[in-house]
Write a protein that binds this ligand. Structure first.
Ligand SMILES: Cc1cc2nc3c(=O)[nH]c(=O)nc-3n(C[C@H](O)[C@H](O)[C@H](O)COP(=O)(O)O)c2cc1C
Length: 320
């Protein structure tokens, strides 16, 4: 099977993590990976919020540029999608899965799953507003009693003009606890002719294969397991295109090179003060599972400048 036909692998949108720097690192390591921005507030876009535009930097990132929007007002979401298209977006993803209190208290994110007509109205309004692929990323439902919500809404989103769905196999009430329920995702897949991407607890190439087998989905989305390990995206893509092929894990030198590039990008896009501080957590993830990781993480937390972090990254990988 050629790479073009292989099931797609997505890097999950993660607020505060999958910024432009991380998305670009992921694409350097796995050119086939599909990426989505962190969630962007439709209201903030309509207010022309400077920080929101800085977060997007739409003109500068390589296409395809898919932006994830959150909001609950159909007209506002449609207006925000039009603005994004004019600014160069190639696709719009609608967030209907965010579980955090500050989002759901406004009826946004996963709260839309409790208001089916509104969840469909938002999708319809955005799909009508822009001639771009519009996707929905959701959870299974609000809680265990409502875990069939995504399956019930799937045919209605399909009819509303949505291009595909991504389903995280948890409910809102679970947040990130317990195991993702891939069988629940399979039920969504069975309820619609739309392509469905399975998400939740895919932490290895074998998991990626198993998630597709269990669900019959068309693609996989990987979030937390790719933190500090963007090579997992390439390994999963390789597994899905040719399970017989071997995908060698990266050498320490390659890991160090990626971490240094990641730091350089954060500095270039966010300046030294913010960039260096944000790199501390990424460095901690790059070190995960290594000998002495806790000591290295503590050292990163003390690092104030890019030069200190750079030296720490070089030193870390020299001894592997
Ligand atoms: C720190 C963090 C931030 C997240 N931010 C978003 C977001 O902005 N939009 C979204 O749709 N999902 C967000 N998610 C959820 C992930 O996209 C994904 O659905 C979830 O982590 C399950 O996948 P995983 O088990 O592979 O991590 C976030 C998750 C984490 C851990």
């Amino acid at each position: 099977m050629s790479a073009g036909q292989a099931p797609p692998v997505y890097l999950a949108p993660m607020a505060g993590v999958t910024d432009r720097a991380f998305r670009e690192i992921a694409r350097e390591i796995c050119p086939a990976v599909r990426v989505v921005t962190e969630m962007i507030s439709a209201k903030a876009l309509l207010r022309d919020n400077r920080k929101t535009w800085a977060m997007l930097a739409l003109g500068e990132e390589a296409p395809p540029r898919v932006v994830q929007l959150f909001g609950r007002d159909a007209e506002e979401m449609a207006a925000a999608a039009r603005i994004l298209m004019a600014a160069g977006a190639d696709g719009i993803d609608l967030n209907m899965g965010c579980p955090t209190a500050k989002i759901v208290k406004n009826g946004e994110g996963a709260a839309l799953l409790r208001d089916g007509p509104q969840a469909v109205a938002v999708a319809r309004a955005v799909a009508r507003a822009v001639p771009l692929p519009v996707s929905v990323k959701c959870r299974l439902g609000w809680n265990a009693a409502e875990a069939d919500t995504a399956a019930r809404l799937a045919p209605r989103w399909e009819e509303a003009g949505v291009a595909f769905l991504t389903v995280h196999g948890r409910t809102r009430e679970q947040f990130y606890a317990g195991r993702a329920d891939w069988a629940g995702v399979a039920a969504v897949r069975a309820a619609t002719a739309l392509p469905v991407v399975v998400n939740g607890d895919i932490a290895s190439p074998a998991d990626a294969r198993a998630a597709l087998e269990v669900t019959g989905c068309t693609g996989v989305m990987i979030g937390r397991a790719a933190l500090g390990n963007p090579w997992l995206l390439a390994a999963a893509a390789a597994e899905l295109s040719d399970p017989a092929g071997a995908w060698p894990p990266p050498e320490p030198r390659e890991r160090a090179r990626a971490a240094l590039r990641h730091l350089d990008k954060l500095l270039a896009y966010k300046g030294e003060y913010i960039g260096a501080r944000e790199m501390r957590k990424h460095f901690g993830w790059y070190c995960k599972g290594r000998r002495g990781a806790a000591v290295l993480r503590a050292a990163a937390l003390r690092a104030e400048t890019a030069a200190e972090l750079r030296a720490l990254i070089r030193e870390t990988y020299r001894h592997l």
